[in-house]
Design a protein around this ligand. Structure first.
Ligand SMILES: Cc1cc2nc3c(=O)[nH]c(=O)nc-3n(C[C@H](O)[C@H](O)[C@H](O)COP(=O)(O)O)c2cc1C
Ligand SMILES: [Fe+2]
Ligand SMILES: [Fe+2]
Length: 400
């Protein structure tokens, strides 16, 4: 049975949620599932904005048929060619023989690469500034390279002020009936997952995201329709300002996030001692993460959120302990910059973790390591306690 939703005069949401999925992109845990949204504009011409993932294609095709209600599908805009929004292209082309695909030249090539058929003779190529008239509605296309793939287009319906924003402004998490962001307690239930989504998916491309935000600022936006999570019909400033912070690698929270890697618990102890000392010095909203238990995508998201980061690691086979090593690589891969950093290392015979972590931090921009580096030999000593006190003092000072 269909589950299509009318979101404005002629525009329908046709998406579906997948709650069975464990890992989005086979890497990011999605305990609350994920939604794949797409939209249908019912004007003189009918126009589908993107497709969905394989996992929900059956539901989507039912929704589409229901809303079309016997009409043919004239256009499908392919804003980017990532398979989580394109799985049904071959089926749609077979089902609607007159369907024209509207996409960028680069995406057209990718259609052939993925599906081994060449839709050139039924494709309308568009680029920045191109438009497509559907009747009352007219789509104007905006290039958004690397938000999330190189060929990304966003589409702005000038008649209604609806921005079809592709992957931008999405979040992890299934849609639980309430399709609009203003119908849920978004700050409480969605803000963290929207950051984890952004940071891990496009966090690396801050420069490109800022370029698109500039273009968006020039549009009279009334509604934002992303390919994942909620439709937005107000609070655009809140949404855009979060994106602008992340894209500029500016923290949202001036406080300390501590990440530790500990085999037997001594490094963890030092991390907790530091956190307590910070709290006693008035620092609020401190977070401590055991890197062996917390998914890297969550830690990367928190590192984008917090101004001040502490990395504490045991030495493990002359390396940084396991997931702390990968956390630092991932932070570098996402271009994290502009943070104040504290370091704690541990080792029993040849401690090396601090030096190795420092080297990883040097590959990132503007990561300011605060002295002293706390060097533990096995268990926390009196001397270490004094170092932790001094580090806490300096970190607290840096937050003032
Ligand atoms: C497999 C393995 C490899 C280790 N490699 C090193 C090493 O290269 N250098 C070192 O000083 N300690 C090494 N250690 C010892 C731990 O780093 C050390 O005991 C540390 O105090 C553990 O801190 P924790 O209590 O936070 O786990 C190794 C431990 C294990 C289990
Ligand atoms: Fe994507
Ligand atoms: Fe996507």
């Amino acid at each position: 049975m269909q589950n299509a939703r009318k979101i404005s005069e002629d525009i329908w949401w046709l998406g579906a949620s997948d709650r069975r999925i464990e890992l989005f992109e086979n890497v990011y845990p999605v305990p609350n599932g994920i939604s794949y949204n797409n939209y249908l504009i019912m004007d003189e011409k009918t126009c589908l904005m993107d497709g969905v993932d394989d996992s929900v294609t059956g539901q989507f095709l039912e929704n589409l048929e229901h809303v079309l209600n016997g009409r043919k599908l004239d256009y499908m805009v392919v804003q980017h060619m990532e398979p989580d929004h394109c799985s049904a292209i071959p089926q749609l082309v077979a089902k609607y023989p007159e369907l024209k695909i509207v996409t960028s030249a680069q995406a057209l090539k990718m259609i052939n690469q993925f599906y081994r058929f060449d839709p050139t003779d039924r494709t309308i190529i568009v680029k920045e500034g191109s438009s497509l008239k559907l009747g009352k509605h007219e789509l104007s296309f905006v290039c958004a390279p690397m938000v999330h793939w190189p060929e990304v287009l966003m589409s702005f319906d000038t008649a209604t002020g609806t921005l079809f924003s592709a992957d931008a402004f999405g979040a992890f998490g299934a849609i639980d009936g309430n399709l609009f962001a203003d119908e849920v307690d978004w700050e409480r239930d969605w803000a963290d997952e929207s950051r984890r989504y952004y940071v891990n998916i496009v966090g690396k491309y801050g420069v490109q995201v800022n370029a698109v935000l500039k273009k968006a600022a020039g549009l009279d936006i009334k509604m934002i329709c992303p390919l994942h999570a909620h439709v937005w019909r107000k609070d655009f400033d809140k949404l855009l300002s979060r994106y602008s912070k992340w894209a500029s690698y500016e923290p949202e929270v001036r406080s300390v996030a501590v990440f530790y890697g500990s085999i037997y618990g001594n490094t963890a102890n030092a991390a907790d001692i530091l956190a307590s000392k910070l709290a006693e010095k008035g620092v609020r909203n401190i977070k401590v993460f055991d890197s062996s238990k917390t998914d890297i995508s969550e830690m990367v998201s928190r590192a984008f959120q917090y101004s001040t980061l502490v990395f504490a690691s045991a030495t493990y086979n002359a390396e940084v302990f396991d997931r702390m090593h990968y956390l630092l690589i991932d932070l570098k891969n996402h271009n994290l910059a502009n943070r104040t950093v504290g370091l704690i290392e541990n080792g029993t015979w040849a401690p090396m973790a601090a030096g190795l972590m420092q080297r990883q931090l040097e590959t990132m921009k503007n990561m300011n390591v605060i002295e002293p580096i706390v060097r533990i030999k096995s268990g926390v000593s009196d001397e270490n306690l004094a170092q932790l006190e001094e580090l806490a003092e300096k970190l607290a000072e840096s937050l003032k």
